[in-house]
Design a protein. Sequence first.
Length: 155
Amino acid sequence: MHLPFFEGPELTLPGGFEPEPWSIRYAAYTDLAGRHATVKVFEEILADDVSHTVFHCWSGKDRTGLTAAMLLDLLGVHDDDICAEYERSMDWWLPRLGHDELSEGEPDDGYRAVPAVITLTLDRLRDRYGTIEAMLLQSGMTADLPDRLRAALLE
């Protein structure tokens, strides 16, 4: 199933790699269709065999990173652990980057997975909605979905 994460014009990439502009970009995903698409992703996780569910985007760190961060938040995972998971996306992504995206073995600006981006994004969304759960409830998530996700995904 393909779900558009946002509709409308492509969001421009921030120049450089300061976490604040990237967190603004990530939070902007939720201003468009992103938060509604996230609810659908979570519903789809429960619609299939959870042990075989994959969600991804092109690089696996921006839309996927935000979706994973929101899922982990709903599951009650501490922000430090959410950020560590986000940073681990580079373990998969870095070996797959082409020469054009690398500068002396380091990823160019847009390819970095810096934990501060997720921290700032979650803080920005919590400031706006109170909690990630409240944001998703305002986006069509049923009240029982977080408990069903916890039951399916936590031991």
